[in-house]
Ligand binder design. Structure first.
Ligand code: NAI
Length: 246
C-alpha cells in the first residue's frame, strides 16, 4: 500500500497509460480521480475499477479549457477532500511533416499537451500549498528530448514539459511539492496503434530491450514518483524507454 490514504488526479485516465496508472495507484491504496475528455469510456473504465473494490471516480475534463479544469478540481476536492498527487498524463498527437503541418494542428497539440499541463498544475496548487505537501508528475516523451520526424508540434510540447518540470521543481521544492517528469519511449496504447507494423518492427530493432513498453511500465514509474519513496527526487526526467536513447 504505497499510496495509502492519498488522493490522486490522473488526466487522460480513460485509456492507455493513464488507465493503467489509475489501476496501479488504486491497488496501492489511493483514491483516484480518473479525469478525461471521453465521458463514456471514462465512466465505463471507472466502473471496472469500482467493481474490483477500488476507490475511484470519473470526472469529465477538457484540459485545453481552464474553466473545465477548475470545475474538475473543485469536484475532486468535494468528493475526496484533498489532492496529494497530480499526474499530467493527457496528451494528443496531430503528426505532420513541417512543410505540411497546419497552424490548427500545431496549436491544438499545444493547447492539450503544454497549456493543459500548466493550467492543471496551477489549478491544484492551492490545495497542495495548503497542506505543505504534494507530488506533481508530468508526462514528457522520448520525442521531446531527442526530436522525432513528423512531430514538430508534439516534440515542442514534450520539450516544454521538461522546462516547466524543472522550473516548478525549483519554485515549489521548499513548499514540500516535488515535481518530476516521466519520458516514455514507445508504448503499446491507442496512440501507437496507428503506427504501421513495419515501423513498429523498426522501432523494436532500435530498442536495447528488444520490445515496446506496456502501459504498466509507465504506470510503475508514475507510482514511484507519486510515493514517499521518491521524496528526495525533484526536477528529474525519468526515461522509461527500454534504453532507446542514451
Ligand atoms: P492514449 O491516446 O491512449 O490516451 C490519452 C487519453 O487522453 C485519452 O483517454 C483521451 O481521451 C485523453 N485526452 C485527450 N485529450 C484530452 C483533453 N483535452 N482533456 C482530457 N483528456 C484528454 O495515450 P497514451 O499513449 O496512453 O499516452 C499518455 C501520455 O503518454 C500522453 O501524454 C502521451 O503523449 C505520452 N506518451 C505516450 C507514448 C506512447 O508511445 N504511447 C510515448 C511517449 C509519451
Amino acid at each position: 500500500m504505497r499510496l495509502k490514504d492519498k488522493v490522486a488526479i490522473i488526466t487522460g485516465a480513460a485509456n492507455g497509460i493513464g488507465f493503467a496508472a489509475a489501476e496501479t495507484f488504486a491497488r496501492e491504496g489511493a483514491s483516484v480521480a480518473l479525469a478525461d475528455y471521453d465521458a463514456e469510456l471514462g465512466k465505463a473504465r471507472a466502473g471496472e475499477l469500482q467493481d474490483k473494490g477500488f476507490s475511484v471516480e470519473f470526472f469529465q475534463v477538457n484540459v485545453a479549457e481552464r474553466e473545465s479544469i477548475d470545475q474538475m478540481v473543485t469536484a475532486v476536492k468535494d468528493s475526496f477532500g484533498k489532492i496529494d498527487i497530480l499526474v499530467n498524463n493527457a496528451g494528443i498527437t496531430r503528426d505532420g511533416m513541417l512543410s505540411k503541418l497546419s497552424s490548427e494542428d500545431f496549436q491544438s497539440v499545444l493547447d492539450v499537451n503544454l497549456t493543459g499541463v500548466f493550467h492543471c498544475t496551477q489549478a491544484v496548487l492551492p490545495a497542495m500549498l495548503e497542506q505543505g505537501k504534494g507530488k506533481i508528475i508530468n508526462t514528457s516523451s522520448v520525442s521531446g528530448v531527442y526530436g522525432n520526424i513528423g512531430q514538430t508540434n508534439y516534440a515542442a510540447t514534450k520539450a516544454g514539459v521538461v522546462g516547466m518540470t524543472k522550473t516548478w521543481a525549483k519554485e515549489l521544492g521548499r513548499k514540500g511539492i516535488n515535481v518530476n517528469a516521466v519520458a516514455p519511449g514507445f508504448i503499446y496504447t491507442g496512440m501507437t496503434a496507428k503506427v504501421p507494423e513495419k515501423v513498429i518492427g523498426q522501432m523494436q530493432m532500435m530498442i536495447p530491450l528488444g520490445r515496446l513498453g506496456n502501459p504498466e511500465d509507465i504506470a510503475n514509474a508514475y507510482l514511484f514518483l507519486a510515493s514517499n519513496e521518491s521524496d528526495y527526487v525533484n526536477g528529474t526526467v525519468l526515461h522509461v524507454d527500454g534504453g532507446i536513447m542514451m
